[in-house]
Design a protein around this ligand. Structure first.
Ligand SMILES: Cc1cc2nc3c(=O)[nH]c(=O)nc-3n(C[C@H](O)[C@H](O)[C@H](O)COP(=O)(O)OP(=O)(O)OC[C@H]3O[C@@H](n4cnc5c(N)ncnc54)[C@H](O)[C@@H]3O)c2cc1C
Length: 254
């Protein structure tokens, strides 16, 4: 895994191929892409994916990289996880039409602010809304892959238990990754035995499951725009300095 900021020509388009696909939820899939000359990346960075239609029309969207680079038979591989946006142009194509072996253009790694460096030792709080889990999962996976001892807390807001992306892996990591705590917030339907009613994330969730400001944690918040703004306001209101609250907005709706 790369642990320094890769800077080699991130704006150059590479041709990648789909080599594997994993169904994460009924609306989200992980796509494993093989990129022969990928320079490496840091957790939190993203790529732009560009599609070109036979008539030359192009559409590009950003997707966070879900984990460390993995070596494969034809070259390095990266993973992205795509959540279907109803009526979207690119995400339904990537989930329903894009097939094994198909080429797609990818550029990156992009983003130099919303990154976690494994040499950091400060406590980390991660707050995800829906597919906002993707870059935060890259941080959780990188923590384990590098043997980091930084204590991590994840608060993950989803509509229902069936919407949890990486559900099995997160269950396993709560057990195996010492120093990682995970709390879920359900907005529409909670699993049996969950304490409380479904609700949108609020002060009590952040206060109970996050780190207190005096521990000077690094915070990463990612998800739909409204979610990110709400959580960032709550954290700053609790006394977290805004420069230590890093945010990434995925889309226009909350
Ligand atoms: C830095 C960055 C990283 C991202 N990482 C990921 C990722 O890891 N996984 C992922 O699934 N998406 C990610 N996104 C969002 C992604 O880039 C696209 O916006 C998303 O896939 C929708 O594209 P689309 O072409 O399907 O929809 P569009 O055709 O662009 O939009 C269709 C309709 O849906 C609305 N819309 C667009 N995006 C969203 C959204 N995210 N949520 C709700 N409504 C939306 C639009 O306003 C429009 O009304 C990321 C975005 C950014 C900026």
């Amino acid at each position: 895994m790369a642990t320094s900021t890769p800077s080699r020509a991130p704006n150059r388009w590479h041709v990648a191929r789909l080599v594997e696909r994993r169904v994460e939820t009924p609306t989200a899939q992980t796509l494993v892409l093989e990129l022969p000359d990928w320079p490496g990346h840091l957790p939190g960075q993203h790529v732009d994916v560009r599609l070109t239609a036979p008539d030359g029309y192009q559409a590009a969207r950003s997707y966070s990289i879900a984990g460390p680079v993995v070596d494969g038979p034809g070259g390095p591989r990266i993973e992205v996880t795509v959540q279907r946006v109803h009526d979207g142009e690119v995400s339904p194509y990537l989930i329903d039409v894009f097939a094994d072996g198909d080429p797609v253009e990818v550029r990156g790694p992009l983003g130099g602010w919303f990154i976690w460096r494994p040499e950091e030792t400060a406590p980390v709080q991660l707050v995800a809304g829906g597919s906002g889990i993707v870059p935060l999962m890259a941080m959780i996976r990188s923590r384990r892959a590098t043997g980091s001892k930084a204590p991590f807390r994840l608060i993950y807001s989803v509509r229902t238990p069936g919407d949890v992306i990486y559900a099995d892996e997160l269950r396993r990591r709560i057990r195996d990754d010492f120093g990682l705590d995970i709390a879920y917030v359900y907005t529409r339907e909670a699993p049996e035995g969950w304490r409380g009613e479904p609700h949108r994330i609020g002060l009590a969730d952040v206060n109970t499951h996050g780190w207190p400001p005096d521990l000077q944690p690094l915070t990463y918040v990612c998800g739909p725009t409204g979610f990110v703004e709400t959580v960032a306001d709550l954290l700053v209101g609790l006394g977290h300095p805004s420069r230590r609250v890093k945010t990434e907005r995925f889309g226009p709706t909350g």
